[in-house]
Ligand binder design. Structure first.
Ligand code: DP6
Length: 360
């Protein structure tokens, strides 16, 4: 598929009004996307677990308008309240997707959105939020072109979501999702995410993720700025090569359920991501003291207890604790006794691998 395949024909007629609602999950990368080229093309492929409980619900209400200005008019509401601070991000999303959905310019949109996690939790809502909005827009497109098949629907939803936020490409479909062209991954593309097409041991399908909220504040450096700093980064080339080789190394690990190698690869990816931040110019650090305290305790717990639990990080201070379902009882006790003191207000979220977005 190329970009041109996502440019639709001119529709025969356009509906006057309608609505659509989707629930899209957040995701957590195992091999990280950090660095991008023009048009939201990743500099290396990434693989993520789709989450289940952490999600965005978005309802898109559309009405045809006579005042066509080149971009759709829109209003955004978060939890029922006007949320004008989302407008710049959504406006730039509409600008980027316009060549692929030109009909949106004829509409006025009301976007009603809510997250299942607290807005100020430090959990990025851009992946789930952009994915939910892209899926609503695909419902609209499908109503114009009813013969559209399911694969194309989801592929294009991921393609559009990617234009809003790169990691949103991985919040559409599948327990594990791969995004980015890699020869060893059949069907992979830089343009959209695909359900991980290789064999995966069942234990990964029920993996658990406890998200430890170390810092719920606004980040000093956004992901988009961080990606930009990979452009002149002294270690960029080695990092992109390493990510590609980790994507390949992950294949037998996932297939065989090799938890020891899984832990080493996933933790190394998380620390490399933060090492890239610390060695950018300007350099920055998103981990907090609590992040390091938690990591040390996880290592100690693993050493003394043998439970196959590991951590990963996204672009922030919060820690994702990943473990198989079989370790759930003992890990929950460990979290409560040893890790909650490092979480803001003791806050944490219990999540697990989910199946992808759902129409509501
Ligand atoms: C560290 O998808 O948030 O979480 O494309 O600029 O919106 P934009 O960035 P974003 O970057 C996510 C980076 C990451 C790693 C990952 O999810 O792969």
């Amino acid at each position: 598929m190329t970009e041109a395949d996502f440019v639709p024909d001119r529709p025969e007629d356009l509906p006057d009004s309608g609505s659509s609602k989707w629930r899209a999950p957040s995701n957590i990368a195992l091999v990280k996307y950090w660095g991008k080229k023009k048009g939201q093309i990743p500099t290396n492929p990434s693989v993520s677990f789709t989450l289940d409980n952490s999600a965005t619900l978005t309802e898109l209400r559309f009405k045809r308008t006579d005042k066509v200005t080149g971009l759709p008019a829109f209003e955004v509401f978060l939890q029922g309240q006007p949320a004008p601070y989302f407008a710049p991000k959504i406006r730039s999303f509409f600008e980027r997707i316009l060549p692929y959905q030109p009909f949106i310019a004829q509409y006025h949109f009301e976007i009603h959105t809510e997250n299942t996690f607290p807005h100020s939790s430090g959990i990025a809502s851009s992946a789930s939020g952009m994915a939910a909005l892209a899926l609503c827009l695909m419902d609209m497109e499908k109503s114009l072109f009813p013969s559209m098949d399911e694969d194309f629907f989801y592929q294009k939803a991921s393609f559009l979501a990617r234009l809003g936020s790169g990691s949103a490409a991985r919040s559409i479909r599948g327990k594990l999702v791969h995004w980015g062209k890699q020869d060893s991954v059949p069907g992979s593309s830089d343009l959209y995410g695909i359900p991980y097409p290789l064999k995966v041991a069942p234990l990964f399908g029920s993996f658990q993720d406890t998200i430890l909220l170390v810092d719920k504040g606004e980040k000093q450096v956004s992901s988009t700025q961080g990606h930009g700093l990979m452009k002149d980064h002294p270690f960029a080339i080695s990092r992109f090569t390493q990510a590609r080789s980790n994507i390949d190394a992950l294949q037998p690990i996932l297939q065989e359920g090799d938890l020891t190698s899984f832990i080493a690869l996933v933790e190394s990816e998380a620390l490399t991501l933060h090492a890239m931040m610390m060695t950018s110019m300007p350099y920055f650090m998103l981990m907090k003291a609590g992040t390091l305290q938690i990591i040390e305790r996880i290592w100690e717990y693993r050493r003394s207890n043998g439970e196959p639990v590991c951590f990963t990080l996204d672009a922030g201070a919060n820690v994702h604790l990943l473990y198989p379902k079989a370790s759930q009882v003992s890990v929950h006790t460990f979290v409560e006794r040893e890790l909650l003191p490092f979480c803001q207000g003791g806050e944490h979220l219990r999540d697990r691998v989910g199946n992808g977005a759902e129409r509501c």
